[in-house]
Design a protein. Structure first.
Length: 504
């Protein structure tokens, strides 16, 4: 089982920089033990002009059988002999993907301590796999790799036997990929797509495989036209795990719709501007309202659910009364941007102890989110389909159950005041809905009754006498909370309070 990674260099950037990225010295041959054999890394060529790293995986068929991994496809042995005589030692598969993740772990993560600037640079890469199983043929290989930015995807069928050409081609192909990509992106693609093309995995599929898939697929899988097929095959066609993966990928797609840099309408002005000609942006007013409500509630440990690129987390860090701040988002790309915005790597120890960024879906319960004083859902709910709101509702109000929950969302009635917004359009192309004040109050009151909260409402931005404020905020307070400020948030109007034990 074999693959090579080649790159070319220039006077400014020698090709041997590949050794830094892979964390493997070009002048050495190194061996690594795995549970199914030995992986060896060596460099057939290493000059400033061209450098090639080779990964050779020597699979031990006997060891595979002893570990219960030498079975035929689908998990059942085709015959006693098939456990020992199969393509595992020769054809790229999930065995090679596991070796990639183990031997090139830092490269997959995009980390390089010696040269931290290198992982972000695109390289001219050539990757070759001499024998690649392709259940679906060369056509499927192109469907999987063509959308990923490669300039050249070449597949050449491997004949069954060169001495008997009439036997035709096997199901294996020789694959060559050429293009300008970051090495981490290329390795993550291979990590996912090698077992997908083989359509089999050599190990038991556990629930954490979904997390592995989403981490490796961050930045490319959600928007891939074959993300359904990829998820199903990667997860060995496990229906429950595949459904979980597809739901989480849909949330990623929604979060990154219209481009990661696109802001919704009310965030489109420069937040640094605060002049008569350019009033304070609504995004700033919204954060100020949230901070005021959190202070009024006496919250110290705060969740920012759907934290995006970390603007609110950054504002919370500026107030020492918030002792623990956790940002949660389904998008690893957004969390990466947030980490850079917050300068987590350069943050002092005392400050860094106050903040964490977590990847997670708000459609599922998460034990990590329990026990906090407050949770904020700022401009989140409108990005979900209405039928998905009950899942989010239970995850936040039924499972995590913070003492205070703040929810902000656009007021659709105010849209007529946006001169640049065509009639009948929502503020952002990814919004699934935008509610009137009455619709938002009805939803919030029902949530409060079901889960044992009271709820009040705070206008954010100019409160127009005809159409109301541009943003509406609901302040939920748990009925069994002891906070003195329960139901008394400044400026809030409170709905009827459910009696003790009335919540569903």
């Amino acid at each position: 089982m074999f693959l090579t990674i080649s790159t070319t260099g220039s006077p400014e950037r020698p090709a041997t920089d590949l050794g830094y990225l892979l964390h493997k010295h070009p002048g050495k041959a190194q061996a690594f033990s795995t549970s199914h054999g030995t992986a060896q890394v060596f460099y057939p060529e290493a000059t400033d002009q061209r450098c090639t790293a080779a990964l050779l995986l020597e699979v031990d068929p006997i060891a595979l059988v002893r570990r219960g991994q030498g079975k035929g496809r689908g998990g059942a042995p085709d015959s006693a002999l098939a456990q020992y005589v199969n393509d595992r030692p020769y054809a790229a598969s999930s065995l090679l993907a596991v070796a990639l993740s183990g031997v090139f772990r830092n490269a997959l993560k995009g980390q390089c301590a010696a040269r931290p600037e290198l992982p972000e640079q695109a390289l001219r890469l050539r990757i070759e796999i001499p024998v690649l199983p392709a259940r679906g043929g060369a056509e499927l290989v192109h469907r999987l790799f063509d959308p990923l930015g490669w300039d050249r995807v070449e597949t050449r069928p491997v004949v069954l036997d060169e001495q008997f050409p009439e036997w035709g081609d096997s199901r294996y192909v020789r694959l060559v990929l050429e293009g300008e990509l970051r090495l981490a992106d290329a390795l993550r693609q291979l990590y996912v797509l090698l077992p997908v093309l083989d359509d089999a995995k050599h190990y038991w599929i556990a629930p954490d495989e979904v997390d592995k898939l989403l981490r490796a697929g961050d930045g490319w899988l959600a928007g891939h036209p074959e993300h359904g097929l990829i998820s199903s095959r990667y997860l060995a066609r496990h229906k429950g795990l595949t459904r979980n993966a597809l739901e989480r990928l849909e949330l990623v797609r929604l979060a990154e719709a219209d481009g990661a840099e696109v802001e919704d309408l009310d965030n489109a002005v420069d937040e640094a501007s605060d002049t008569p000609e350019r009033p304070t942006p609504l995004a700033v007013l919204r954060r100020e309202a949230i901070l005021a409500a959190l202070r009024s509630a006496g919250a110290a440990r705060v969740l920012d659910l759907g934290c995006g690129q970390g603007q609110l987390v950054q504002a919370l860090l500026g107030d020492v009364s918030f002792t623990e701040i956790v940002g949660v988002d389904v998008s690893m790309r957004a969390l990466s941007v947030a980490a850079k915005r917050l300068r987590l790597e350069r943050m002092g120890e005392r400050q860094s102890e106050r903040v964490r960024l977590l990847q997670g879906s708000l459609a599922y319960t998460d034990r990590r989110l329990a026990g906090y004083d407050a949770a904020v859902l700022s401009e989140v709910i409108e990005h979900l389909d209405l039928e998905r709101l009950p899942a989010l509702e239970y995850a936040v109000f039924g499972s995590a159950r913070p003492r205070t929950v703040l929810v902000t969302t656009p007021n659709v009635e105010y849209n007529v005041r946006w001169e640049t917004l065509p009639a009948g359009h929502v503020r952002h192309g990814d919004h699934r809905f935008e509610w009137t004040r009455e619709e938002f109050r009805d939803w919030a009151a029902a949530v409060a009754r079901r889960h044992g909260y009271t709820v009040g409402f705070v206008p954010v931005g100019d409160d127009d006498p005809e159409v109301g404020p541009p943003t509406q905020m609901a302040v939920f307070t748990r009925t069994d909370a002891t906070a003195a400020s329960a139901g008394t948030t400044a400026g809030a109007t409170t709905t009827e309070t459910p009696k003790e034990g009335e919540a569903a």
